[in-house]
Design a protein around this ligand. Structure first.
Ligand SMILES: *[C@@H]1O[C@H](CO)[C@@H](O)[C@H](O)[C@H]1NC(C)=O
Ligand SMILES: *[C@@H]1O[C@H](CO)[C@@H](O)[C@H](O)[C@H]1NC(C)=O
Ligand SMILES: *[C@@H]1O[C@H](CO)[C@@H](O)[C@H](O)[C@H]1NC(C)=O
Ligand SMILES: *[C@@H]1O[C@H](CO)[C@@H](O)[C@H](O)[C@H]1NC(C)=O
Ligand SMILES: *[C@@H]1O[C@H](CO)[C@@H](O)[C@H](O)[C@H]1NC(C)=O
Ligand SMILES: *[C@@H]1O[C@H](CO)[C@@H](O)[C@H](O)[C@H]1NC(C)=O
Ligand SMILES: *[C@@H]1O[C@H](CO)[C@@H](O)[C@H](O)[C@H]1NC(C)=O
Length: 809
């Protein structure tokens, strides 16, 4: 228990702390709430800074003088619904700030008074006092505004002690009333008097005295059987005595005759507004309705709400006419199950009629009713069916506001409607109206509620509603926003909960005046068509009600549930023209890039060499070890002229060595006994690969060694993978002597690798060469050696030959 309480106090403090944040330090409020905790004693550890203390709904039976000493800042103390029997107001002697003290619903019998000057609200109602607990000190509480009292006996002498106080409200919450001394209530000076009567009390005397007491009188629990006997004696009540202008009776359960007497009685008092809530009546009728004296009244408003009938045997017309013949300004009979209403045949002065929540039908307007002054008619929640009938009725009035919501109204196209030009607001929500309703609307209408009907479109050919400013079409079946061609002044439009997938934008062109639009909770289709609609919210500041939580995609399914705000519909994918332009631009840029590469980086060369390379790679795959010739001893044989030796030694050989892990050996394998051509041929025969470094110099100085050879061995070597030509420098065809047809043919076929002038391309060249050499040599890379023969013969004028030898074969 203690723990719970501690937690509770903590929570209370925490919650109050939040409240403090915005307030100045001296205004700090601290609420400690011990309500409904079965406390038998007031907790000793009250937080001293507590300003509001709620101890209601506990089991407290006694208050100690020290109980509230610690909470000196206390302003509000709630002790209602406990079991306190005795009260010494001196207990609160140290609570100088106490303004509000609620001790209602206890078992108080005795109060010892002490003048608490600051007290404004003191509630002692619903206690067990024998007499009303008022004494001299009560009269000294000059700030008292609201005073709640109870007591089984009410007598003048008690109220006399506070007669000089100007009270706002006196509340008499009575558990029992054994004696009421007539004339006691009028002694009080209060603006409002509220009396809650115990069951089966004679209310007449209190009603009569109450009307003499305050401007506003409320009486709750008026019931009891046949108490009107004493009515005859009430006639002495004259208008001069009565003060009440607003009379409210709550929870009334009487015989019809008693009720009739109350009406007649109140009719001749100062009451202008008479309201009865939660009325039940029944019984037989003895009084003659025709004797009701309608003369001499100030009554203007009669309100009956939540009426139930017991079995009773009076012709209903009499009851209807009783009220309509009152001919006052305002009449309300709502939630009363009345099936019909009758009006006098002569014109009446009613301005405001409210028959909401009954079971009225079209029959109401079958006979002419003369209500020339009627401004407001509320027929919400009935069973009316024909809209045109309503218009005929209205045409004879000067109606301004008409509420026909929650009926069964329909309109057929061929029926004519005649609305008065005065009508400015009309509520037709929750009916059965379809598109045709737009042919039965008053021209002068300014505010129109057509929500929750069966409207699918706003027809194109309807009369212009020039004054329409507010239109609600929520909860219908519209598939698009209506244009404003027929309502030029429209400023507020509600089309929530319709079937709008993608609102068309001509709405925004024709509806320039619209300031507020509620289009939430429609099944939006979040495609490109919706893009402009989403954009719109960004430009029109807070035009859309409920943005962005109520604007949610329904389609396509991958966006279902996404808020429109979060949907990303890029300009590019939605704008076809833009898309075409973008693609064209991209193509153009690509084309230009390709052209640039061709002209600046010699792209065709790259492509050719790439082609060669890929061909070679394919050949590599095809070639197998067995295809190698048996007598091969060298890996690569390189033939070149002295002029190109620098390139061969510094570029070609290092590259080959690096890649093939070759060892370079000087001197060696040429057989001095043989001719150089013979030796060369021998070398070619014994090498896997033969590389010829072609250049104009080579052609002139060396080629004669080979022309014959190639002529002889053409079948064997031509086009084969064993010979690799590297064109180091371009060789113009005219430089080639006619005696070398083989060379010409070779060059014409472009069957060579071309050494690029551009350094950037060299890598590709090398890669290509490497690939070419690798053909047939897979797996033979381990142990290789290179032999170079230089200047073996004066005749050869610097010819050179390199042999790269492989031992692994
Ligand atoms: C205390 O709590 C009860 C519900 O537990 C609530 O009804 C009451 O209003 C609270 N009292 C105050 C002063 O906030
Ligand atoms: C008090 O608390 C009980 C449950 O603990 C609840 O049923 C009851 O309604 C509460 N009474 C009031 C007045 O809050
Ligand atoms: C009421 O207050 C006045 C002065 O304000 C004082 O003289 C008088 O004694 C008080 N009466 C009671 C009963 O306390
Ligand atoms: C009642 O109080 C009002 C001020 O609230 C005052 O004007 C009026 O004269 C008082 N009436 C009586 C009868 O004391
Ligand atoms: C009648 O009712 C209307 C609308 O509720 C209200 O403005 C007007 O003040 C009432 N008239 C009287 C006399 O109560
Ligand atoms: C409607 O009222 C106007 C003017 O009050 C009148 O001229 C017209 O004839 C009426 N129409 C019908 C159908 O009653
Ligand atoms: C129309 O009546 C309904 C209830 O019947 C109400 O909720 C709605 O607010 C009313 N419309 C206007 C514009 O007052």
């Amino acid at each position: 228990m203690k723990h719970i309480r501690s937690i509770y106090v903590f929570c209370s403090i925490a919650m109050s702390l939040q409240g403090w944040a915005s307030k100045l330090p001296e205004e700090r409020e601290l609420t400690t709430n011990f309500s409904n905790m079965s406390l038998r004693k007031i907790p000793a550890d009250l937080t001293p800074t507590t300003t509001t203390l709620d101890l209601s709904y506990n089991l407290l039976s006694q208050l100690q003088s020290s109980d509230f000493r610690s909470v000196s800042k206390l302003k509000v103390l709630i002790l209602c619904h406990n079991r306190i029997q005795e009260l010494d107001i001196k207990t609160f002697e140290f609570n100088r700030e106490l303004r509000y003290l609620d001790l209602s619903y206890n078992r108080l019998k005795i109060v010892t008074w002490y003048s608490l000057a600051g007290l404004r609200h003191l509630d002692l109602s619903f206690n067990d006092f024998d007499t009303v607990p008022i004494c001299e000190e009560t009269g000294n509480m000059s700030h008292l505004e609201i005073l709640g009292l109870s007591g089984a006996k009410i007598q003048k002498s008690d109220f006399q002690k506070i007669a000089h106080l100007h009270l706002n409200t006196v509340f008499l919450g009575l558990r029992s009333l054994s004696h009421y001394e007539e004339g006691s209530l009028p002694i009080l000076n209060t603006t409002k008097l509220h009396i809650v009567l115990p069951m089966n009390t004679n209310f007449w005397v209190l009603l009569r005295d109450g009307i003499k007491t305050s401007k506003v009188l409320e009486m709750t629990n008026i019931n009891g059987k046949s108490q009107f006997a004493s009515y005859e004696t009430q006639h002495d009540l004259t208008l001069e005595d009565s003060k009440t202008s607003i009379l409210l009776l709550n929870k009334v359960d009487l015989l019809w005759d008693d009720l009739l007497l109350i009406f007649q009685f109140v009719w001749h008092t100062s009451v202008e507004c008479f309201q009865i809530q939660h009325l039940t009546f029944g019984g037989k009728v003895y009084l003659d309705h025709n004797s009701f004296d309608y003369s001499n009244t100030v009554m203007r408003t009669m309100k009956l709400e939540h009426v139930q009938f017991r079995i009773f045997s009076i012709p209903q017309e009499r009851i209807y006419l009783l009220f309509t013949q009152m001919d006052i300004e305002n009449l309300t009979i709502s939630d009363a199950q009345i099936p019909h209403m009758l009006f006098p045949v002569y014109p009446t002065r009613f301005q405001y009629l409210n028959f909401a929540d009954n079971i009225l039908t079209d029959d109401l307007f079958k006979q002419p009713i003369q209500l020339p002054h009627l401004k407001t008619l509320i027929l919400k929640g009935n069973k009316l069916e024909t809209l045109s009938l309503m218009s005929f009725f209205a045409n004879n009035t000067s109606l301004r506001h008409l509420d026909l919501s929650q009926n069964l109204l329909q309109h057929e196209n061929d029926e004519n409607c005649f609305w008065p030009e005065t009508l400015i607001t009309m509520n037709l929500s929750s009916n059965e109206l379809a598109d045709s309703v737009f042919r039965c609307l008053p021209r002068s209408i300014q505010i129109l509620d057509l929500s929750n009907n069966k409207i699918q479109t706003v027809p194109k050919e309807i009369i212009h509603l020039k004054s329409l400013q507010v239109l609600s079409l929520a909860f219908n079946f519209l598939t698009d926003l209506p244009g404003c061609n027929h309502f030029r002044k429209l400023s507020v439009l509600n089309i929530e909960m319709n079937l709008i997938f993608s609102p068309s934008l001509d709405f925004f062109q024709s509806c320039q005046e619209v300031k507020t639009l509620n289009a939430g909770r429609n099944p939006f289709r979040c495609t490109c068509e919706l893009r402009d609609f989403i954009q719109l919210e960004k430009y029109s500041e807070s035009m859309m009600i409920g943005w962005s939580d109520l604007y949610i995609c329904e389609y396509p399914s991958n966006l279902k549930g996404t808020r429109l705000k979060d949907v990303h519909l890029p300009e590019l994918s939605c704008n076809t023209a833009l898309l075409i332009v973008t693609i064209a631009v991209i193509m153009l840029v690509l084309g230009m890039a390709v052209a640039f590469c061709c002209f600046y980086f010699d792209l065709p060369w790259y492509l050719r060499i790439l082609g060669q390379w890929t061909q070679t790679l394919q050949r590599i795959r095809k070639t197998t070890q067995e295809q190698l010739r048996g007598n091969v001893r060298f890996h690569v044989f390189i033939s070149y002229c002295e002029h190109d030796s620098t390139w061969v030694k510094h570029e070609l050989i290092p590259k080959l060595e690096k890649e093939e892990k070759l060892i370079c050996l000087h001197e060696g394998n040429f057989d001095p006994g043989k001719s150089i051509t013979e030796n060369i041929m021998n070398c070619i025969e014994k090498s896997c690969k033969s590389i010829f470094v072609l250049s104009p110099n080579f052609v002139q100085s060396e080629w004669y060694h080979y022309e014959l050879y190639f002529a002889h061995h053409s079948l064997f070597h031509e086009n084969s993978d064993y010979i690799i030509f590297i064109l180091l420098e371009p060789i113009p065809l005219y430089c080639i002597p006619t005696r070398y047809p083989k060379l010409k043919a070779l060059l014409a076929k472009k069957a060579y690798l071309e050494w690029p002038k551009d350094r950037h391309k060299c890598r590709l060249f090398w890669a290509n060469l490497r690939a070419t050499i690798k053909v047939n040599l897979l797996g033979t890379r381990e142990m290789c050696e290179l032999q170079t023969f230089v200047e073996l013969n004066e005749e050869s004028r610097g010819s050179a030959i390199s042999l790269i030898r492989t031992d692994c074969l």
